[in-house]
Design a protein around this ligand. Structure first.
Ligand SMILES: Nc1ncnc2c1ncn2[C@@H]1O[C@H](COP(=O)(O)OP(=O)(O)OP(=O)(O)O)[C@@H](O)[C@H]1O
Ligand SMILES: [Mg+2]
Length: 229
């Protein structure tokens, strides 16, 4: 089991809950789209999974380990198994595109020779082969998004979380990115993609769940739903 939530609730500060009674399981090799209106709790849901916050109630398991009351030193090895494409990119301004993508490997203490080719290949794949030495402030929104995507994938994570990964790219690149997630899933990674792009969701026919006002509504694959109507 990759992720399990049991009646999870999350309240920021002392406000009302942004997630309520969320029960959810993601197994090895599963792919899930996460949809829902702005403010529904999609980013909050992903933040819990990548251990940026703890639930304020309920229990949560990650890679088979209960992390609800985990000690701090237990978390980094779990986090390293997760690749995150953040909604707002979170690139470091003083590092080039290449250095941003390489950073997770550098931080993990891997020798540059071992990841240099992977970083190049990923940047080429996302169409930034000629911008590897560019600083983020000289890149467009879509280019930054693609750097963030490459960075999330460089450590070959077991779980990929993507928050609106196609929000800043043209439809063609959006389709290419979504198909990459499907391919990575086929190769074994579990994937959750939060997106407003219902057209792409429908085209790919993957299992979809929806958040609404902090509550999770599980769904059948979009294609099957279409057939049932
Ligand atoms: N740091 C925070 N402090 C207080 N409230 C927050 C914080 N972050 C999010 N919220 C609230 O939690 C709720 C869910 O926010 P979240 O960012 O998870 O929504 P979302 O579904 O990702 O929206 P969007 O589609 O706009 O990205 C919203 O009501 C938001 O105002
Ligand atoms: Mg969000």
């Amino acid at each position: 089991m990759i992720v399990r939530f049991d009646n999870v609730g999350l309240a920021y500060d002392s406000g009302s809950e942004s997630l309520r009674d969320v029960t959810f399981t993601l197994n090895e090799g599963e792919f899930r789209f996460l949809t829902g209106p702005s403010g529904a709790g999609k980013t909050t849901f992903l933040k819990l999974i990548y251990l940026a916050m703890k639930p304020t109630r309920g229990r949560m398991t990650l890679f088979g380990q209960d992390v609800t009351e985990a000690q701090r030193d237990m978390l980094p090895p779990l986090r390293r198994r997760i690749g995150v494409v953040f909604q707002e990119f979170r690139l470091l301004d003083h590092l080039t595109a290449f250095e941003n993508v390489a950073l997770p490997m550098k931080v993990a203490g891997v020798n540059q020779q071992q990841y240099r080719e992977d970083v190049r290949e990923l940047l080429n794949w996302v169409g930034l082969g000629s911008r590897m030495d560019a600083l983020p402030q000289t890149l467009s929104g879509g280019e930054k998004q693609r750097v963030a995507l490459a960075r999330a994938l460089v450590s070959k994570p077991d779980l990929i979380l993507a928050d609106e990964p196609t929000g800043n790219v043209d439809p063609q690149m959006g389709e290419k990115i979504m198909k990459l997630f499907v391919e990575l899933n086929r190769l074994g990674a579990a994937v959750i993609v939060a997106t407003h792009d219902l057209q792409l969701v429908q085209a790919l026919g993957k299992r979809t769940m929806q958040l609404n006002g902090g509550r999770l509504i599980e769904d059948a694959p979009m294609r099957e739903r279409g057939r049932m109507r």
